[in-house]
Design a binder for this molecule. Structure first.
Ligand SMILES: [Zn+2]
Length: 274
């Protein structure tokens, strides 16, 4: 039986026992239609586990799953976006000040809204379908609109751009900070989510170069390496993402790093890195 490294929302990452695997590189699907199907990205081993075997791994089908809410996420985030632009434009300025942005955040991430007590950011699946909305309150607290799935942060700008390099950040504030330097940016909610979604999304895009910018901590760097490996495997090495490390800077994330070294310096540094 495979040794489980980590369970994600719709797949389980395991060590393959068909080869000497310390990555780990075997993924078992938890999606209803592919439940138990596995594939090793290292040696190519595929197959399907029985429900008993899945139970042994601790991956039995969850009972009493919460009912799926039928929410039209696209129209909801567009409503919040209109509310922000038409009714509460001062909230755009406030957000720009909060993150020290030269550009309006609505320009940097398409679909930002205001729901009356928090800024809202649509999150997407790998096909660009909105599947949830993240909220950020004025006191810095964050949460999701109930029923949201943990999607990825992508932008129409990125989808339709003909630029070939994208930076991947952790979280919306880092995303806005890097986008403010005039780079294409996509993001994930934190360093553990969105691996499969980002990889699938990249696979179907025109993007050929990826730079991952993790937070400066162990989970961030580990998370970046997992994403890096996954993108290499899924793209069959047509994309080799690099990791932009701020390890020795004393800063905890790229937003702080930009604050410390200045926008022009970091812009040049990122350009050089690419
Ligand atoms: Zn294998």
């Amino acid at each position: 039986m495979f040794k489980v490294k980590r369970r994600y929302r719709d797949y389980v990452l395991c060590y393959c026992n068909n080869h000497n695997d310390n990555t780990p590189s075997l993924s078992i699907s938890l999606r209803p239609e592919f439940y138990g199907c596995y594939r090793c990205f290292g040696c190519g081993l595929t197959g399907r586990l029985s429900s008993n075997e899945m139970k042994e791994l601790g991956c039995e089908v969850e009972k009493n799953k919460r009912p799926v809410l039928n929410i039209d996420w696209t129209s909801l985030y567009k409503d919040y976006n209109k509310k922000l632009i038409r009714e509460c434009p001062q909230k755009i300025t406030q957000l720009a000040t909060l993150f020290n942005l030269d550009n309006a955040p609505t320009v940097l991430y398409d679909g930002i809204g205001w729901d009356g007590c928090s800024w809202t950011f649509p999150v997407f699946d790998s096909n660009g379908m909105c599947i949830g909305i993240q909220r950020r309150f004025e006191d810095g607290n964050k949460g999701f609109v109930s029923g949201s799935k943990i999607g990825i942060l992508i932008d129409r700008q990125v989808v339709y751009s003909n630029q070939d390099t994208v930076f991947i950040t952790e979280g919306i504030s880092d995303l806005l900070s890097v986008a403010d330097l005039d780079f294409l940016v996509a993001g994930r909610i934190n360093c553990n989510t969105g691996v499969e979604e980002l990889s699938n999304w990249l696979y179907n895009s025109m993007i050929s170069r990826v730079v991952i910018i993790p937070d400066n901590d162990k989970v961030g760097i580990d998370g970046a390496e997992i994403l890096q490996t996954r993108i290499i495997l899924d793209s069959q090495s047509s994309i080799i993402p690099t990791i932009f490390s701020i390890k020795d800077s004393g800063c905890s994330d790229i937003r702080q790093y930009i604050h410390k070294f200045g926008k022009e310096y970091v812009r040049l540094e990122l350009e050089d890195h690419v």
